[in-house]
Design a protein around this ligand. Structure first.
Ligand SMILES: Cc1cc2nc3c(=O)[nH]c(=O)nc-3n(C[C@H](O)[C@H](O)[C@H](O)COP(=O)(O)OP(=O)(O)OC[C@H]3O[C@@H](n4cnc5c(N)ncnc54)[C@H](O)[C@@H]3O)c2cc1C
Length: 456
């Protein structure tokens, strides 16, 4: 990028929020996936007006602009593959309003999900989407990836909570849509278009979210199985019986041991499968649901069922669940996390299929799943410097997606497409629909400057 243009960008944000030194550029060149690409500049805007000016100038010179939250995406979504500018949104991190009587809050995009949860908990409210990365990922990034998490089985994903947005378009125009009302049918529902668009349609600068009162009671249990098939069958039985737990998580033996190695919290190392199940609601409802769940786990040969007795026990179990990726990443330098998703009733067959694929390619793979909604997470520990191993990983992933498609599944339940899964899109989206998506992108961002090379 020419020095003169750099100076113009610097003038918009000021020198203290302008970065062009190698260490700053490299910091924004990767995410939790494995690809790296270095931008020309990193800018840290504070206001919508600054972002509008930046985009006007970038548009004029056709410079790519990629918004970045915490950089925790696992599909390459915030990696600036065409260089240009990274807009680091982390300084726009204020919670602007929480209004519990009207059940909404308004936040800037750089607010960390966990910080919002802490703030809402003071009024006994919560924001349901709870990605495993909630301690560090931003609401802007969650929105752009339409993030999910364990609680989304019962409560839905990010898009289900977005009431309104302010967005800066590629040409610098600022648009606002939606409102503070939990019911609103006024014009097109544009929030649905922007959720999951991976920063390719606009830079989100303010978000209005629906929030929920906290349930009166929780019960959390850990069910241990000697056979992974039995744990998967339990998932189908629970959902089939009409029970919708707040979370229904599955871990196989590889992951039980990886988590135990990393956290040492007493998980049963010999177990082949483990279900972490949480129910919430009124006292009466959780008692009733828990009794039914225990019945189903026993019917499917659970060898042990432990209940979290204290809030600390519960926190430890969830902490262990959230540590899956870092625990696997301790084993080998590269950890590939997939999230092919199938209808819940297909979870047992999908698990068997994934196991046989990774065994065929001799890969070290742990299987976890937000099993209640069929969102599978095979985690493959590998080494990106080992070409032979990475070829086998590629082949296995392709077969895993083909298997998911054969069950009427989908490529991604929550992590998004980014660059990692673009080549597989035609498996899941037909040609005319893909063309329609490209036309939308062309209409909104005609020069293709917003996060080029991602999502579609
Ligand atoms: C340990 C770990 C656990 C995880 N667990 C989960 C999980 O349970 N569920 C889940 O869904 N994901 C999970 N993820 C993936 C990741 O955390 C999510 O995709 C998250 O939503 C990314 O947020 P971020 O702030 O890191 O965004 P980034 O990774 O920085 O960016 C993600 C995308 O959002 C865009 N973007 C960021 N801010 C804006 C903005 N203001 N306007 C427009 N576009 C923007 C970027 O351009 C990019 O395309 C996990 C990741 C890790 C490392």
């Amino acid at each position: 990028m020419e020095t003169l243009i750099k100076k113009q960008f610097c003038a918009i944000v000021g020198e203290d929020r302008f970065r062009d030194q190698p260490e700053d550029l490299i910091s924004c060149s990767y995410d939790a996936f494995t690809v790296e690409a270095v931008p020309d500049l990193v800018l840290l805007p504070l206001t919508t007006a600054e972002i509008s000016e930046i985009l006007k100038l970038a548009s004029k010179h056709r410079i790519p602009v990629t918004a970045r939250g915490a950089g925790s995406s696992i599909c390459g979504a915030p990696v600036p593959v065409k260089g240009g500018i990274v807009l680091a949104m982390t300084k726009m991190n204020r919670i602007l309003e929480t209004n519990t009587p009207d059940r909404y809050c308004i936040v800037q995009p750089g607010v960390i999900n966990g910080d919002l949860q802490t703030e809402l908990a003071r009024s006994n409210f919560f924001y349901p989407p709870d990605p495993g990365s909630m301690a560090f990922s931003t609401i802007g990034g969650n929105l752009a990836q339409n993030a999910g998490g364990p609680r989304c089985l019962k409560y839905g994903v990010t898009a289900d909570y977005v009431l309104g947005m302010e967005v800066v378009l590629a040409n610098g125009d600022i648009i606002r849509f939606g409102s503070r009302n939990v019911k609103d049918v006024t014009g097109y529902r544009l929030s649905g278009l922007f959720c999951g668009s991976e920063g390719t349609l606009g830079v989100v600068t303010e978000i209005t979210l629906k929030v929920m009162p906290q349930p009166a009671a929780y019960r959390t249990v850990l069910a241990v199985f000697n056979d992974l098939d039995d744990s998967a069958a339990t998932v189908s039985d629970i959902i089939g019986a009409g029970i919708l737990p707040a979370a229904l998580e599955l871990l196989d033996k590889v992951l039980i041991n990886a988590v135990e190695d990393a956290n040492n919290i007493g998980l049963p190392r010999e177990a082949e499968g483990l279900l972490l199940i949480e129910v919430d609601g009124s006292e009466e409802q959780v008692e009733k649901e828990l009794a039914l769940i225990i019945e189903k786990t026993k019917k499917n040969n659970a060898v042990n069922i432990q209940e979290a007795r204290t809030p600390e026990d519960r926190d430890n179990l969830w902490q262990a669940r959230r540590s899956l990726y870092p625990s696997m990443a301790r084993i080998k330098p590269t950890c590939i996390v997939e999230d092919a998703t199938v209808p819940a009733s297909k979870v047992p067959e999908m698990i068997r299929g994934v196991r046989s694929i990774v065994n065929k390619y001799e890969l070290l793979c742990g299987i976890s799943a937000h099993a209640g909604d069929g969102n599978m997470h095979p985690l493959i520990a590998c080494d990106k410097r080992d070409h032979d191993e990475m070829e086998r990983v590629e082949k296995a992933i392709e077969e895993i997606f083909e298997l998911a498609m054969s069950f009427n599944g989908t490529l991604s339940g929550e992590h998004g497409i980014g660059i990692a899964k673009r080549k597989y899109l035609p498996m899941s989206v037909d040609e005319s629909t893909l063309k329609f998506m490209h036309k939308l992108k062309q209409a909104i961002d005609p020069d293709g400057i917003l996060n080029p090379g991602k999502a579609i």
